[in-house]
Design a protein. Structure first.
Lengths: 327, 379
C-alpha cells in the first residue's frame, strides 16, 4: 500500500463515523427546533443515535461471541453437530492441554507476584532518591514495547552458541565468564518457562511501579515521620506501614496482571511457539483454530477455560460496581 | 544521621542495580542494530563499546589475481574494507600459532612462498614459482577494532526485508483502530452518564463485565462471521476495515469505561445551564464535553494506540499474512522463524517496530501514566 492510499483509507474509515454522528444529530436538532412538542420522541431518537454504533459493535464483538463460543464448545469441529461434552472430555485427556494448564498456573503464580513485588520495591526506592524519576522512566519503558519486540530482545539475551564459540547472548556470556557451560536456555523443559516469564515480569513491573508511585503519594507524610522518629528502620516501615496501606492497590495490580497473564500468547508464540513444553492455553487455542483446517469445538473449549479464569474477577468487579451505585 | 546515610547509599545502589538490569536488554538490542553484521555474528554487543581485539580468519585471493613483478609472482589484495577502522596487530599462517608474526614481518609458508600484511589489511604474497591453486591460503588475523557503528542494517531492513511496508501497514491498522473507538465511545459514555433511558444501568454493568472478557472468547465466532460475510458479498474476508472493527470491539469496553468515569467527574451545573439555554445533547457534547475531555482523550488515545500498534493476535487472525497486509509484529515473528540467525535483521527490525511506541512514551509519558493509573482504579 502506498502512502497516499494509506492516508486515504485511514481518513475514509474515520470520517464515516464522524459524518454519521454529525448528520444524524444535526438533522435531529433541526427537526427538534421545528416541532417543539415532540420532545420525548426526539430524546429517544437521540439516545439511539448516541449509543447505537457502540452497542452494535459491543454486541457483535463481545456479547454474541461469548455465548456463541460456549455453544460451539458443545459442537463438532465444524460447529454443525451437537456432541455434548465430547470436546471437554478430549481436553481433560489431552497431554498438551494438561501441560498448558500447568504452565498457565505457573505463569499466574509467578508473574503477578514478582511484578508486583519489584514494582513496590522500586516505587519505594525511587520515591526517596533525587534521580528516582529517571529510574522510574527507564524501568517503565518496556511497557511501551510490544511482546514480540520484547521477545526479540530477550531471545538475543538467551542466544546460545556451542561451548567453543564466542557467546553473543548476554546470559551465556556471563555464564561462560563465570566458568560454567553455556546452555540453550529456551529448550530446557520446565525451566524455560521461567525464562519466558522473566520477559513478562520485565514488562509488567513498570505497570506496577507507576501505579504504586501514584498510590505512595497518598500515604500521610506525618505517619512515616512519626515512625522514623520512633526509630523504626526503613525495612520495618515498608512492611508495617506501606504494605498494609497499599493493600487495595496491591490487589488491583495483582488482578490486572493476572488478567493479562491468563491471555498470554505473543511471548510464547514468538519465542518457542509452545515447543519444549512451554505451551499455554492461548497458544493451544490459536493452534486448534487452524490445525487440521481448524476445530471450532476444541478451540472454543480452550477459550472457555481461559474465560473461567476471569469469572471470579468479573463477579468481584460487578459486585463492587453495585456497591458504588448504592452510595 | 549516619545510619540514614548508609540506608540511602544502599537504596541508591539497589535502585541502580534495578535500572541496569532493566535497561540492559533494550540497550543491547539498540547497539546491536547499529553494528556491522559480520561483527555482530561473532562477538557480543558489549565488546563493541570499547576497542577490542578480534581474531579472524581470512583467505587470500587465488591464482587468478597473480601478477608478475620482476622475477616473482605476486598476489596483492585487501583482507577487509579499510573504512571499518580495524588495525591489525599480528597475524599467523597456521591455526596453531595465530599471532606468530607482528604486522609488517614476513612469514614464510611451507612451500617457500612469502607473505606480509600491513596494519590496514593489505597483503603481499610472493612466490618464485607461478601460483597454481584456485583458492588462496588462509591468514589468521588479530586486530584491534575501535567502536564503529553503521546504519546499513536499517537500510537493509526497511527496504529489502519488507519491514518498511509492514510499518505502513501497522500505521494503517493502528490509527483508525484508535480513533474510531474514541469517537463512538465518547458518545456512548456521554449517553451512559447524562442521558436517561431504559436499561442504562444494565448496559453499564455489561460494560464492566466486558472489561475482563478475554479476547480469545471472540476469535472463533468473529472469524466465522467475517468468512460468511466475505462469501456472501464476494469480498475478502480479511481486510483493514475488518481489523479496525475488531480492535474497536475489543477496546470498546475499556475506552467507554474510562471516558465515562471522566465525563462523570465534570461539573453538573454546566450541563444544566446549557440545557436551560436550549442546547441539545449534541450541542452540549460538542461545545462542552469535547473541549473539557481533551486530556482524557489524550490518555485513552495513547493506551489504545499502543495496544493496537503492539498487538499480534488480532493482526494474525484477521489479516492475510501477505506483504500488503502483514503488520510489524507478525512480520517480526515471521523473521524470527526464517532469519533466526540473522541478528542484524532481527535486532534492527525489532528496533524499527519500537520507534513509534518509544517516541510516544518519551514525548507523552505523563498522559500514558495518567491513563494507566485511571484504568487501574476500576479494580
Amino acid at each position: 500500500m502506498s502512502l497516499i492510499n494509506l492516508f486515504f483509507i485511514v481518513f475514509l474509515g474515520i470520517i464515516v463515523f464522524i459524518l454519521y454522528f454529525h448528520i444524524s444529530n444535526s438533522f435531529l436538532d433541526y427537526y427538534g427546533k421545528k416541532t417543539n412538542k415532540q420532545y420525548g420522541f426526539e430524546n429517544s431518537v437521540r439516545v439511539i443515535i448516541f449509543i447505537a454504533p457502540a452497542f452494535i459493535i459491543l454486541f457483535i464483538f463481545i456479547l454474541y461471541p461469548v455465548f456463541e463460543t460456549i455453544r460451539l464448545s458443545f459442537y463438532d469441529k465444524f460447529g454443525r453437530e451437537f456432541v455434548g461434552f465430547y470436546n471437554y472430555k478430549w481436553a481433560v485427556n489431552d497431554p498438551e492441554f494438561r501441560r498448558s494448564i500447568l504452565n498457565n498456573i505457573g505463569w499466574l503464580l509467578i508473574v503477578p507476584t514478582f511484578s508486583t513485588f519489584f514494582g513496590l520495591v522500586i516505587a519505594n526506592l525511587a520515591d526517596r532518591i533525587w534521580w528516582g524519576s529517571i529510574a522510574k522512566s527507564i524501568i517503565f519503558m518496556p511497557m511501551a514495547i510490544s511482546f514480540v519486540g520484547a521477545g526479540v530482545i530477550w531471545k538475543f539475551i538467551y542466544e546460545y552458541r556451542g561451548p567453543g564459540d564466542t557467546q553473543i547472548g548476554l546470559l551465556n556470556a556471563v555464564i561462560v565468564y563465570l566458568g560454567y557451560e553455556p546452555q540453550a536456555w529456551l529448550t530446557i523443559p520446565v525451566w524455560n518457562n521461567i525464562f519466558l516469564m522473566a520477559i513478562m515480569i520485565w514488562i509488567q513491573t513498570g505497570l506496577a511501579l507507576v501505579i504504586f508511585s501514584a498510590a505512595l503519594r497518598g500515604i500521610p507524610k506525618e505517619m512515616l515521620e512519626a515512625a522514623r522518629i520512633d526509630g523504626a528502620s526503613e525495612v520495618r516501615i515498608f512492611f508495617s506501614i506501606i504494605i498494609p496501606y497499599l493493600e487495595q492497590t496491591i490487589l488491583v495490580i495483582w488482578t490486572i496482571i493476572t488478567i493479562l497473564v491468563l491471555k498470554i500468547f505473543d511471548i510464547i508464540f514468538a519465542m518457542t511457539n509452545g515447543e519444549w513444553q512451554t505451551g499455554v492455553l492461548a497458544n493451544l487455542m490459536y493452534d486448534w483454530m487452524f490445525r487440521g483446517g481448524g476445530d471450532s469445538g476444541r478451540g472454543s473449549v480452550l477459550a472457555f477455560v481461559i474465560m473461567i479464569g476471569v469469572i471470579p474477577i468479573l463477579a468481584w468487579n460487578l459486585y463492587k460496581h453495585k456497591q458504588e451505585q448504592k452510595i | 544521621m549516619k545510619k540514614f546515610s548508609i540506608t540511602s547509599i544502599l537504596s541508591q545502589f539497589l535502585l541502580l542495580l534495578f535500572v541496569i538490569v532493566w535497561i540492559m536488554p533494550t540497550f543491547g538490542l539498540f547497539i546491536s542494530s547499529l553494528r556491522d553484521k559480520d561483527l555482530l555474528a561473532i562477538s557480543g554487543w558489549w565488546t563493541s563499546l570499547t576497542t577490542t581485539k578480534v581474531n579472524e580468519i581470512y583467505r587470500m585471493s587465488g591464482m587468478e589475481s597473480q601478477i608478475k613483478e620482476n622475477d616473482y609472482f605476486v598476489i596483492k589484495g585487501k583482507l577487509f574494507d579499510h573504512n571499518s577502522g580495524k588495525k591489525i596487530e599480528s597475524f599467523g599462517i597456521t591455526s596453531k600459532k595465530i599471532n606468530e608474526f607482528i604486522v609488517g614481518e614476513i612469514a614464510t609458508f611451507k612451500d617457500d612462498t612469502q607473505v606480509t600484511v600491513n596494519e590496514s589489511g593489505e597483503y603481499i604474497w610472493k612466490s618464485n614459482n607461478e601460483f597454481t591453486k584456485k583458492k588462496g591460503k588462509r591468514l589468521f588475523i588479530t586486530s584491534l577494532s575501535p567502536p564503529s557503528f553503521t546504519l546499513d542494517n536499517y537500510k537493509e531492513v526497511l527496504f529489502k526485508e519488507g519491514i518498511g511496508q509492514a510499518f505502513l501497514n501497522t500505521t494503517a491498522v493502528a490509527l483508525p483502530s484508535t480513533l474510531i473507538p474514541l469517537i463512538i465511545c465518547s458518545f456512548f459514555a456521554y449517553a451512559l452518564t447524562w442521558m436517561k433511558f431504559f436499561g442504562r444501568d444494565t448496559l453499564l454493568a455489561i460494560i464492566i463485565a466486558s472489561l475482563v472478557v478475554p479476547l480469545q472468547m471472540s476469535l472463533i465466532p468473529i472469524l466465522t462471521i467475517y468468512n460468511d460475510f466475505g462469501a456472501l458479498f464476494g469480498v475478502a474476508s480479511k481486510s483493514y476495515p475488518g481489523v479496525w472493527m475488531a480492535h474497536t470491539g475489543f477496546g470498546l469496553a475499556s475506552t467507554t469505561f474510562l471516558l465515562r468515569n471522566f465525563i462523570k467527574s465534570l461539573p453538573n451545573e454546566m450541563m444544566e445551564a446549557a440545557k436551560v439555554d436550549g442546547a441539545s445533547h449534541y450541542d452540549i457534547f460538542i461545545r462542552i464535553i469535547i473541549p473539557l475531555s481533551i486530556p482524557a482523550f489524550a490518555s485513552i488515545f495513547i493506551l489504545q494506540f499502543l495496544w493496537c500498534w503492539n498487538d499480534l493476535l488480532v493482526g494474525l487472525v484477521f489479516l492475510d499474512q501477505v506483504p500488503s497486509e502483514i503488520i510489524l509484529t507478525a512480520k517480526l515473528k515471521e523473521l524470527l522463524g526464517s532469519r533466526g540467525e540473522n541478528w542484524e535483521i532481527l535486532t534492527t527490525g525489532a528496533f524499527v517496530s519500537m520507534t513509534v511506541p518509544l517516541f510516544i512514551f518519551f514525548a507523552l509519558q505523563r498522559y500514558f501514566i495518567r491513563g494507566l493509573v485511571a484504568g487501574s482504579v476500576k479494580g
